[in-house]
Design a protein around this ligand. Sequence first.
Ligand SMILES: [Fe+2]
Length: 356
Amino acid sequence: MKIALPIAFALLCGPLAHAEDKLVGGPYAIHVGPRSATVVWVVESSQTSIGTQPGRADKTNPALRAEKVSFTGLKPGTTYYYDAAGRDEGKGSFKTPPAGPANFQFVVYGDTRTRHDVHRKVIDAILKYAAPDFVLHTGDLVENGADSALWPTFFGIERELLRKAAFYPSLGNHERNDRQYYDFFEVTTPYYSFDWGSAHFIVLNSDIGNVSSSAALRDTYWKEQVRWLEEDLEKSQGADFRFLIAHHPPITAVERRQGNNPQMTALMPLFEKYKLTAGFFGHDHNYQHYLSNGVHYFITGGGGAPLYDVNQPPPGITRKVASTEHFVAVKVEGKTARVEAIQLDGNPLEVTELGK
Ligand SMILES: [Fe+2]
């Protein structure tokens, strides 16, 4: 009898504690390849308050846990429907990339960290005016990646989109290089690449400032990343399109931020050498499009954060600048990629055809 009690207690408490977990993020599909994918959902297991007086709660943060299941042996170019954690709200789907050339569509947006009402409108507009096979985020998902209270808001707004399309994030400075970003998106290295049909995608970690407090370590990290980038660009020369995503832009029309990202600007000759089709960036909260030495540069940071002016467009290379909320949809059809910057009312801001 003496040992029966703890066992009964454990049996009773285990399932009950789990049943009380609240789904606060996802489900969403990450690491989606032709034959594998990981489905993730985030649960809140409890909350903890903090205050400057006993019994006073100035701030309450949730304890979050990402749960993940990986699948292998999948078929390329196939839609899979999943049922995460056996809950109704855990249902979703994603598409695996096709094995060879095929038409597809993806969406790029970013800087969703603040003005949640605008972020919600951007997601609603994507759901209404686009049908992405997958989604790329240019970074600054939340205002402070270390604050667990902010992630359920992000995931709540993104929910209907992320349960329909695979998600490929990039790290913004507001993620603060926090372990929660690494955990929620099962990131081992925050720079990576993948193929979708005839296109190659490279995601960089441009948030070098948060890599380390040591200048020497930041320098080592950046050199290693650039070495990897060059190798990856070289290997992808057979692709019809090479797209790159990073948070910090190499060029900007925001006068007070010009010259702020010299490490990104220094990559432009590499982009030209290896015929990058287009780069998509964020950090500046507006829409910008440049064409410089054959490479298209799009800044799509209109996902919610306060808008910035576009008061000094660089001469000679500027195609379009606009201080407005938007997202970008890219439709790849054969050897052409049609880049549509779309405003929240569905009207196009700019349409560009690449690859002709
Ligand atoms: Fe940023």
